[in-house]
Design a protein around this ligand. Structure first.
Ligand SMILES: *Cc1c(COP(=O)(O)O)cnc(C)c1O
Length: 348
């Protein structure tokens, strides 16, 4: 490995943020107990907060969002059954084959602009009831859509696609890794979005800025089954309150401020959009994720390397595609420094 460049502005992902000293102190002092026995007061508190926030009967604390997704798949679907999800969805691309390995499900990938699909796409993907076809069991929505550029599913579209699902007897799941970004940007509550889904989870380690954990919510019965899977997969913990406290702190202090990340993402997009060889429409930036395409000779891996040499980290998501994500360790001044570097890298 070569010597890594000093990173001044890290836009690689909203997962890179460091827990603040106030959050760390809160975590240090959190009362703890045996989570598996429901004796950890901080884990219990976090689960109550999340169930209340999402308007569900119960919630379970998990080590990661990936485990929320994989366990939701297992609870909703049996081996050989099928899940409908957008082609860019996290479990299809970033969970190491978990849907096949852990849940034994088929995933029917469907398309649509900006990580979203419409009623017609869902209707076309639902299988006929024959002996030959896999049985369609679950509809999957990612709010916001990561590879859709942090796009927000409009409530009306959620209502429409989940209505089709229910009419066909399918369960519904929302991957809400960045649900709170959608809530802050749209002014629509987490409860309103969640009401259309049987299960939903939020991540504490993305924009919310905690070091570990996510929480999955649903009916009491659903969460009892999710707990069984969590135990089986080795996700049941002990004095987990010490990490759950990061989630409690994040829900109290780090939700409203997501608006700053959105303003910073918009400012970044506006600055990048004017540069030679950069293809980007700033009007498409709704939350904290900025994708842009390169139309000149420069490829994404080379551009990302040159940015890094100037202290700015972004991610190459394809040969000509770059992703930058804002979060609580990047302020408005840091965005200006990132743009300064970008002006040097992307010049005609
Ligand atoms: C990050 C992410 C996940 C996985 O969450 P982890 O906590 O990193 O396991 C799932 N879905 C989406 C959309 C994500 O962005």
């Amino acid at each position: 490995m070569s010597n890594p460049a000093r990173i001044d502005v890290d836009l690689y992902s909203d997962t890179v943020s460091q827990p603040t000293s106030d959050m760390r102190r809160f975590m240090c002092e959190a009362p703890v107990g045996d989570e598996q026995k429901f004796e950890d007061p901080t884990v219990n508190q976090l689960c109550e907060m999340v169930a209340e926030l999402l308007g569900k009967e119960a919630a379970v604390f998990m080590p990661s969002g990936t485990m929320c997704n994989e366990i939701a798949l297992r609870v909703h679907a049996r081996h050989g059954e099928e899940v409908i999800a957008h082609r860019s969805a996290h479990p299809i691309n970033s969970e190491a084959g978990g849907p096949a390995a852990l849940a034994g499900v088929n995933v029917r990938a469907i398309d649509g602009p900006r990580g979203q699909f419409d009623v017609a796409a869902v209707e076309a993907a639902i299988r006929p009831r024959t002996r030959h076809a896999p049985r369609t069991r679950l509809l999957w929505v990612e709010q916001t859509s990561n590879h859709g550029g942090g796009s927000i599913w409009p409530l009306a579209r959620i209502e429409a696609v989940t209505a089709v699902a229910r009419r066909h007897g399918l369960a519904t799941h929302m991957d809400g890794a960045r649900l709170m970004n959608a809530v802050v940007a749209s002014g629509i509550s987490a409860r309103e979005y969640s009401a259309f889904f049987d299960s939903v989870w939020i991540d504490f380690t993305k924009g919310l800025g905690a070091p570990v954990g996510a929480a999955l919510a649903g009916s009491r019965e659903f969460i009892d089954e999710a707990w069984r899977c969590k135990q089986q997969m080795g996700g049941a913990m002990r004095q987990a309150g010490i990490i759950a406290a990061g989630g409690v702190y994040a829900l109290r202090h780090n939700v409203k401020r997501l608006a700053e990340d959105h303003a910073n993402a918009r400012r970044l997009a506006e600055g990048l959009a004017g540069l030679p060889g950069v293809r980007l429409d700033p009007a498409t930036i709704e939350t904290n994720i900025v994708f842009f395409e390169l139309s000149g000779e420069l490829t994404a891996p080379v551009a990302v390397e040159r940015l890094l040499a100037r202290g700015v980290r972004m991610g190459a998501s394809g040969p000509r595609l770059i992703r930058a994500v804002t979060h609580l360790d990047v302020d408005a001044a840091a965005i200006e420094r990132a743009l300064l570097a970008a002006r040097e890298v992307f010049k005609s």
